[in-house]
Design a protein around this ligand. Structure first.
Ligand code: FE2
Length: 287
């Protein structure tokens, strides 16, 4: 079955696309963002980092451990625009080991609400229609991230399900991952096993009292811990089901891999109140 489709006019999901999504748990949709839009978003990413003083925070963000979970900088980033560094970005004396543009892992988590360039891009009506076509009755964006994956030190992200981090009952979180630069197996594209979403949620990352903890719900390993590369030319949108295991490799190449990821949930589902991300009282912003 085809897994790659041209992004449909108006975001209107075809029967074939829906069947592929239900079978595979992902869709690769080329041509969502035109070259000029990608260039404008990359310029904005440059401006954001240019205006950021890395000495103001030395948080090293790494999914290899959960040290960041203890860090208030991360906890309080749900409704702000904050900057997280690659592991190895600082030396033992707390000095940056490279230019800041090549040291940042990601920027998150409320670009969709706060940034004058990323907010209108995030609320593209085509995305809303796409989400509705894939089964979200009331799509609401809850989180946004610029994932930089800089050359040489861009870290890997291990196999995970997004519902681990953004939980609703029933599971509705859906990822919308947009390549702002070509993503290949060499510079750290996504990997996912087709059909891998037809399984249980393995873990939840959540508050337990005042502490952020990870709780195992199902101890079985994922059947396919590797997945297939979802290579994505610039402008491609990859949709990820909330239960689909996925990962991305390290960037050992000389080419950056910039992506913008949005996560939406269905407003009709129950938002789990112990999620790390605290939603605004108004209930978040519509997709
Ligand atoms: Fe993810």
């Amino acid at each position: 079955m085809a897994r790659t489709f041209p992004f449909p006019a108006g975001g209107l999901v075809s029967d074939k696309m829906l069947a592929a999504y239900e079978a595979d748990g992902f869709l690769v949709l080329t041509g969502f963002a035109p070259a000029g839009t990608c260039a404008a978003l990359r310029r904005r990413e440059y401006e954001l980092i240019e205006a950021f003083d890395p000495q103001s925070v030395r948080t090293v963000f790494s999914t290899e451990d959960q040290a960041h979970a203890r860090d208030a900088y991360f906890r309080d980033s749900g409704d702000r625009i904050r900057f997280f560094f690659e592991a190895g970005a600082f030396d033992a004396e707390g000095r940056l080991t490279r230019d800041k543009h090549g040291a940042i892992n990601k920027i998150g988590h409320a670009l969709h609400d706060l940034d004058p360039v990323f907010a209108p891009f995030s609320h593209d009506v085509r995305l809303k229609r796409l989400a509705e076509g894939l089964g979200l009755e009331q799509p609401e964006i809850v989180q946004s991230m610029l994932i930089v994956k800089p050359p040489f030190i861009g870290g890997e992200v291990g196999m995970h399900q997004d519902a681990t981090y953004l939980h609703t009952d029933p599971v509705t979180v859906t990822g919308f991952w947009i390549a702002l630069e070509d993503a290949t197996a060499e510079n750290g594209c996504l990997f996912a096993p087709p059909g891998g979403h037809l399984t249980t949620l393995r873990e939840r990352f959540h508050y337990d009292g005042g502490a952020l903890v990870k709780t195992t719900l199902d101890p079985r390993p994922f059947e396919d811990a590797t997945g297939e590369p979802l290579e994505a030319p610039e402008g491609t949108l990859v949709v990820l089901h909330g239960l689909l295991p996925h990962r991305s490799g390290p960037n050992t190449s000389a080419r950056r891999r910039l992506a913008y990821a949005l996560h939406a949930v269905d407003g009709t589902a129950r938002w789990s109140p112990d999620n790390w991300l605290k939603r605004p009282a108004a209930g978040g912003s519509a997709a």
